[in-house]
Design a protein around this ligand. Structure first.
Ligand code: GDP
Ligand code: IMO
Ligand code: MG
Length: 424
């Protein structure tokens, strides 16, 4: 059985928690998109892990972790993560595979990301400043790109770094009046990355196909969420990779035909970090209640997340383009204590009622949500293990989400811990 976990909103849905739980029934967990812009939280007992590049299956000692082709690897962050896990006696030796085709994020990408965002002022995208956009831009531009396999040929790498920094430094000086970056400094870092990361670097596409043919089961872990997908999200307020289920094949080299189960993860409300339209946003006391109760602050950047009601129009769109079979609904506990809870069932745009998520972001920015309001629940649900033990109003809320999205909610999160999960 090969499955995937994909975010159905704007990221931070709780993918890390679900991947960690479902990894128990798989042999391999694969990250197929994005980079260290991701922050996936796994809570095990008193330990809390924030993973940026390692698949969230890493915490389980028998899981093989794959970082596939379309991930942009920041070697510094990855090495820090490996070290952090080692300090907790979790070793990645012989069970981490990094694609030799994966592109590398270097200091000049992060610098470019920061300078561009600063220069945009109020028009900034609100990126994570992890160099994601500039690295993917170099990948598509080809001539200035560096991949993991380039760490194998240091002589050539040094020459390439000179060409790249020569070009980048001209841009830094001309557009941003900023200090040049030294190719030699970056080269020295790359030498150390080569020593430490080449032992993990291989042809992951060949490995995945061989493993699937041998009957191993693979779990694909999406980063970000469908609405941040470069081709299918709320452009330009998106990330630079295919963060929907559509990115699995191109990202990993495994055709979606080989996947059996598509699980979408959504929060019981909505959050978004960074700029861009967010029709159900509650920039008010309700939003603050959700932020405080759900600890809605970025795992990667610490920024407060924008919070709002569940948007069934947006989630249904993500379900449609991802061919999602079932939904994991997280953070139901966070809504406890509200007198009433709302779900957006349609938008009103220019006087017309629309139930399909508009492709045009300008249109989305004009959308007025049309809500269905349900009565809230007051009892603490963080220890509930069975759906039927939830307060009736909480059950009704979940059922209404199922009706509006047309898919079963098979997993419900009632807290950050593994045990705080209801299976149906
Ligand atoms: P990801 O990027 O999708 O993996 O999500 P993040 O880790 O960035 O953010 C989700 C946050 O919610 C983390 O702090 C999790 O520990 C926490 N979390 C996950 N599921 C639940 C849940 O059902 N209830 C509560 N209260 N917290 C949860
Ligand atoms: P996980 O995997 C939430 C957002 C940023 C910004 C936009 C572009 O933890 O769900 P980027 O740095 O990618 O160029 O930023 O995308 N973003 C995320 N938001 N969760 C994430 O990852 C995100 N990764 C990027 O806030 O709006
Ligand atoms: Mg996150």
């Amino acid at each position: 059985m090969n499955s995937c976990i994909v975010g159905l909103q704007w990221g931070d849905e709780g993918k890390g928690k679900i991947v960690d739980i479902l990894a128990e029934n798989h042999d391999i967990v694969v990250r197929y998109n994005g980079g260290a812009n991701a922050g996936h939280t796994v809570v095990v007992g008193d330990d809390k892990f924030a993973l940026h590049l390692l698949p969230s299956g890493a915490i389980r000692p028998n899981i093989i972790c794959v970082i596939a082709n379309a991930v942009v690897v920041d070697p510094e962050t990855l090495l820090e993560e490996i070290e952090t896990l080692a300090q907790k006696n979790i070793t990645l030796t012989h069970r981490l595979l990094i694609s030799e085709n994966a592109h590398i994020v270097l200091d000049y990408h992060k610098k470019e990301d920061r300078l561009r965002e600063e220069s945009l002022g109020k028009y900034k995208l609100g990126t994570t400043i992890q160099g994601i956009g500039p690295c993917y831009a170099d990948k598509v531009g080809r001539s200035h790109a560096l991949r993991m396999c380039d760490l194998r040929d240091l002589k050539n790498l040094r020459a390439k770094l000179h060409t790249i920094t020569d070009y980048k430094n001209k841009i830094f000086a001309a557009l941003y009046n900023s200090e040049p970056i030294s190719p030699d400094k970056i080269f020295e870092k790359c030498k150390s990355y080569a020593d430490k990361l080449l032992p993990f670097t291989t042809d992951t596409t060949e490995f995945l196909h061989r493993s699937i043919a041998a009957g191993k089961s693979v779990l694909f872990e999406g980063a970000q969420g469908t609405l941040l997908d470069i081709d299918h999200g709320t452009f330009p307020f998106v990330t630079s990779s295919n963060s929907s289920a559509l990115g699995i094949s191109t990202g990993s080299g495994v055709p979606v035909k080989m996947l059996d189960k598509f699980i979408g993860v959504a929060k019981a409300y909505s959050t978004r970090v960074g700029a861009g339209p967010f029709p159900t946003e509650q920039d008010n006391q309700i939003g603050q209640y959700i932020r405080d109760k759900g600890s809605e602050y970025g795992t990667t950047t610490g920024r407060p997340r924008r919070c709002g009601w569940f948007d069934a129009v947006a989630v249904s769109y993500s379900i449609t383009i991802g061919a999602i079979d079932s939904v994991a609904l997280m953070h139901l506990d966070t809504l406890t204590g509200l007198n009433e809870v709302k779900i957006c069932r349609a938008y009103e745009i220019n006087g017309k009622e629309i139930s399909f998520f508009p492709a045009n972001t300008t249109k989305l920015a004009q959308a007025n949500p049309i809500y269905e309001t349900v009565t809230g629940w007051q009892d603490d649900i963080t220890d509930v293990k069975d759906f039927h033990d939830l307060p009736t109003n909480a059950q009704n809320y979940v059922v209404l989400i199922e009706e509006m999205t047309g898919k079963p909610v098979t997993i419900i999160g009632v807290g950050p811990k593994r045990a705080q999960t209801i299976f149906r």
